[in-house]
Design a binder for this molecule. Structure first.
Ligand code: GLY
Length: 411
């Protein structure tokens, strides 16, 4: 089985014309099963560190910074957007290994988030919180309680929709700060919960809201070259687009790497859910805009336009998000384009799996070198839980591609 994984990566790169295939294969081939085993070992290290008889499971891993080797945890509260990723990591690890201890921990941590579905919504991040935890949990267990929590969460998320604008209000708390109805690119990811609910007993209007949000965002949130603003601001009454600005990027006119990564992942998912070719073409456009800005090792600097490059920090989390998305997108396009996306995804994963990005012995995370909120000076060059989440999701998709010939993986 191990050899199969190595051959898979090598074959993909044998067709690359720009570099000698041997050099390229050496640089990029990696052992998928070894990478999965590494993740399982790191998960067990984390569990050993986090869990004992008096563990408070509402304290959930968020980051590892500086000389620390173990997770700094945060309480699962409505305003802590990252609490779903650790349960999601556990669900993927369980899916890949069948490890019963990991399944038990996945259930324990997931259960701590359920109350959020019954609270007035704080912001759009309810999608991240619930898709990664309950979404994966339901996908793998068919537990009807998980389904009810997801349906309630989708209804709650939909209350942020403003029909005058045609998008969800991402940050209700920041309307005054931005001068209008704000929608951030990250919000694209959370449409998945609306699509899921519309297919699983929820109101059909949830589908229409998700499609409208994706259309409006496609029309206003991007520059002609396919790069995006982080934040689009609209008039909440007449709906007109006021401005595109940044919050977590270098400047209003720069391209924040993770924002572009959310666009790649988001439009790929919207195409899956709608079958609408406009969204496929757009997913390819925003993907190509991302790929052509990458440095040699396929892991972006935190913002593609930071003048400090090449001294600027990287963002491994963006690489994980895009690798996962590309393993899906390659299945929707044909011929050379499909091979290009698939090769790029494998090259990203090989790079993340290399000593340059692996946390290895020194930390119990999977990956180092992610950047959270650079302008705020927060989580710069750190291990961050969402980087691990999208990395293991990408490994799971690659494993499915290798085993079944398709990486398609909806909730
Ligand atoms: N959704 C927040 C971020 O990507 O940092």
């Amino acid at each position: 089985m191990k050899n199969t994984a190595i051959i898979l990566a090598s074959l993909m790169f044998a067709s690359c014309a720009s570099t000698s295939s041997t050099a390229r294969e050496e640089a990029t081939a990696f052992d998928l099963d070894e990478a999965i085993e590494y993740c399982n070992q790191q998960v067990h290290r984390s569990i050993r560190n986090l869990c004992n008889d008096s563990t408070d499971y509402s304290m959930i891993p968020r980051n590892i910074q500086g000389a620390d080797s173990v997770w700094a945890c945060r309480k699962a509260t409505p305003d802590e957007w990252c609490s779903g990723f650790w349960p999601g990591v556990l669900w993927y690890d369980y899916e890949l290994t069948g490890d019963s201890l990991v399944r038990e921990k996945a259930m324990r941590y997931t259960g701590e988030l359920g109350y959020l579905s019954q609270r007035p919504i704080f912001d759009h991040d309810l999608g991240f919180l619930m898709i990664c935890s309950y979404g994966n949990g339901y996908r793998l267990t068919d537990d009807s309680e998980y389904k009810q929590v997801l349906l309630a969460s989708a209804d709650s998320l939909a209350t942020l929709f403003n029909p005058n604008v045609g998008t969800l209000l991402s940050w209700p708390r920041n309307v005054e700060m931005f001068g209008g109805h704000n929608t951030i690119m990250d919000n694209m990811i959370n449409l998945e919960m609306l699509f899921w609910a519309s297919k699983n007993g929820g109101d059909k209007s949830l589908y229409d809201i998700a499609v409208k949000h994706a259309e409006t965002t496609m029309n206003y949130h991007f520059r002609p070259d396919g790069t995006c603003y982080h934040v689009a601001v609209y008039d909440p009454v007449d709906g007109h687009f006021i401005k595109g600005v940044t919050h977590q990027g270098y400047s209003d006119s720069s391209t924040w790497a993770r924002g572009q990564a959310w666009a790649v992942y988001g439009y790929t998912m919207v195409y899956r859910e709608t079958g609408d070719k406009r969204f496929l073409d757009f997913a390819c456009k925003v993907t190509d805009a991302y790929l052509k800005r990458l440095p040699e090792d396929m892991v972006p600097y935190w913002d593609f336009d930071d003048p400090a490059i090449p001294q600027a920090p990287r963002d491994a989390s963006a690489a994980g998000v895009v690798a996962s998305a590309l393993l899906e997108l390659q299945g929707y396009v044909e011929g050379d384009k499909s091979a290009e996306y698939r090769d790029a995804a494998v090259e990203m994963l090989a790079s993340l799996n290399s000593p340059a990005y692996r946390s290895g012995e020194k930390r119990c995370s999977f990956l180092d070198h992610s950047t959270g909120h650079h302008p705020a000076g927060s989580e710069i060059d750190a291990s961050i839980i969402y980087a691990d989440y999208y990395y293991i999701e990408a490994l799971a998709r690659l494993k499915k591609l290798e085993t079944n010939g398709t990486a398609l993986a909806s909730l």
